[in-house]
Write a protein that binds this ligand. Structure first.
Ligand code: SAM
Length: 231
């Protein structure tokens, strides 16, 4: 059975969107993964299928109701897959978490809207809050797409055999080294001599140095964590 993504959203028409194109889209067409976008509004209340209500205690915006979202989750075939809620409050998504999710059977992903979802459904349905960064999107759909894209490209056979992703940014606690390709001279800038030497061991050492330098300069947090882990 291929990797399954089940999305719970108010805007199912946003899917597959960019996930239907290029690497993820080709893999979807080859059935290396599957996508089901389910409409939370199908479980809305009354004639208008209301899904939200005003925040208890006052304040701006609307909150997705616990009973409506719980009914939507219960109606989905969620099996043993992790149940994720895209949320700026969640644990920041990391490549390690992406690898773990990609190694499983898929994910059930709830996309919030408005001010978010009633806290009680997060507890009652065991939703794991996941953030894709310290900024606020208007809805969880783009965040879910980012998470799915990151997982799908790691599924067996999705990237070519020569592109396992093992040397990529974050895989070893480092950002990736710089890349170059033809032409050899671009606006007065040359490809570093070492990369034209054909000396594989020296190239590997150079790339390592560059990855370490870039990580130190751009992401002192990653660098410190890496050094902490090495000691
Ligand atoms: N009131 C919420 C807060 O301050 O934390 C923000 C709600 S946001 C406007 C609406 C929805 O977008 C959220 O429920 C969540 O599903 C999604 N979202 C926004 N930013 C996100 C992020 N950085 N990572 C993951 N999901 C996000």
């Amino acid at each position: 059975m291929s990797w399954r993504a089940t999305i719970l959203t108010l805007y199912p028409e946003m899917f597959p969107g960019p996930l239907g194109i290029s690497l993820a889209g080709d893999a979807l067409a080859r059935a290396q993964w599957s996508l089901e976008a389910r409409t939370i509004r199908d479980h809305g209340l009354g004639r208008h299928r209301a899904v939200d209500d005003t925040p208890a205690g006052g304040g701006p915006g609307m909150v997705i109701r616990a009973d409506v979202l719980a009914a939507a989750i219960d109606a989905a075939d969620t099996d043993e897959r992790p149940r994720l809620l895209m949320s700026p409050r969640g644990a920041p998504l990391t490549q390690a978490r992406v690898r773990a999710l990609a190694a499983g059977s898929g994910a059930v992903i709830v996309c919030g809207r408005f001010e978010g979802v009633d806290e009680r459904v997060i507890e009652a349905r065991g939703l794991e809050e996941v953030s894709i960064g310290d900024y606020v999107l208007s809805g969880g759909e783009l965040a879910a797409m980012a998470l799915i894209d990151a997982c799908v490209r790691l599924l067996p056979g999705v990237m070519g055999a020569d592109a396992s992703g093992e040397e990529e940014s974050f895989e070893n606690g480092l950002l990736e080294y710089p890349h170059y390709t033809r032409p050899p001279l671009f606006e007065g800038r040359e490809i570093p001599e070492i990369l034209r030497s054909g000396h594989h061991a020296r190239i590997a050492a150079w790339r390592r140095e560059q990855a370490e330098r870039i990580t130190r300069e751009r992401r002192p947090d990653l660098w410190a964590r890496r050094r902490g882990g090495a000691e």
